[in-house]
Write a protein that binds this ligand. Sequence first.
Ligand SMILES: O=C(O)CCC(=O)C(=O)O
Ligand SMILES: [Fe+2]
Length: 426
Amino acid sequence: MDRETRAFAERHFRDLGGRVHGGCGLAPSGVAFVQFPDGFSYADFVKGFLLPNLPCVFSSAFTEGWGSRRRWVTPAGKPDFEYLLKKYGDVVVPVANCEVQEYNSNPKELMPFRDYVSYWKEYIRGGCSSPRGCLYLKDWHLCRDSSVEDLEEVFTLPVYFSSDWLNEFWDTLDVDDYRFVYAGPKGTWSPFHADIFRSFSWSVNICGRKKWLFFPPGQEEALRDCHGNLPYDVTSSMILDAHLHPRLQPTTPPLEVIQEAGEMVFVPSGWHHQVHNLDDTISINHNWVNGFNLANMWHFLQQELQAVQREVSEWRDSMPDWHHHCQVIMKSCTGINFEEFYHFLKIIAEKRFLILKQGLEEAMGDSTGLELGLQQAAFDVGRLAEVLASVVAHPDFQIVDTSSFSSQPEELLRQLEDAIATTEVF
Ligand SMILES: O=C(O)CCC(=O)C(=O)O
Ligand SMILES: [Fe+2]
């Protein structure tokens, strides 16, 4: 990040004054297409898409050099099953059944990649049909199942998506990640959803095509049914039933994108979407959070806690440790609670302190080990401080037992404020 972009982004958040903006005012009339890598800088991405939280599609020129686009694909543009089997045949992968609805998702089972490929071939032979249903290989953590050298032959992280605190955090703990491969025949699809923790996502088709339906933040409200539930499938004719969907108005249709092979889709924070594979398709998808959507994540976590508290409100007076139980329930439903969110902020903050210290010692330069450099680290501490101040002031965080935390929240906040003061010279 350059100094001018940092100033621009800091001004943007100052003007928001702590308000969370997930929306984009007027819904855009289309999704932008970025044709040429030359001349499209990180700063262009920040100003055009990250800050206004708008989707875009990058042309296949951006992924031209990726090994997977050559190695995983036949000359005819189909998945190279023989190569993939040799490489990953024994790996156990998660597979969802698109024909079975379980709440707003699909039940998953684990199977060796080899068995999934047998199924896929059989589904093709059956004219896109199989007695086993419509199976979709989803959320395969390829990066966890591969060595660094192997991954270099698969993809290169585009600079636009390289500020990725979610994966930075999980890599530090060495337990999880949000880097996935999706693979499935024509007809496989992902139900209507917004991404985990209101993260951004990016998605590249290694082969095949996807149809995306995008809804700007807030538009999903009109799609709720009479019980307040969001739809599973926005293309279902049930959605037009006025008794079931009393809030449905003749609103603008979703933004539709056809993503071709090699193209890269940026999904902004809090945009609901539904995705359909139009051909045999393999994609690489990552979820990511950084200073640009951190406040959206925090806002989402507060809503999640409120939802838990509403759900168990009848035990509030009779249950000792009711607040603690709410946090435990939140952790199991949402995957993270306030304590873990604080831990996330702390780990990223400490990494940024190191970069800034090193930067000061080296008196500038971009040799900080962080691709986006010192200006990015300076921007990050500003975002961390703003969100941590809100966390520390939250009544439900104030009653979390922090006595065993290695660094006390107020102390971390003070360190962040000190760090911000040092960044003025950058
Ligand atoms: O490709 C899919 O089926 C779903 C992808 C998705 O939802 C995402 O990348 O956010
Ligand atoms: Fe998604």
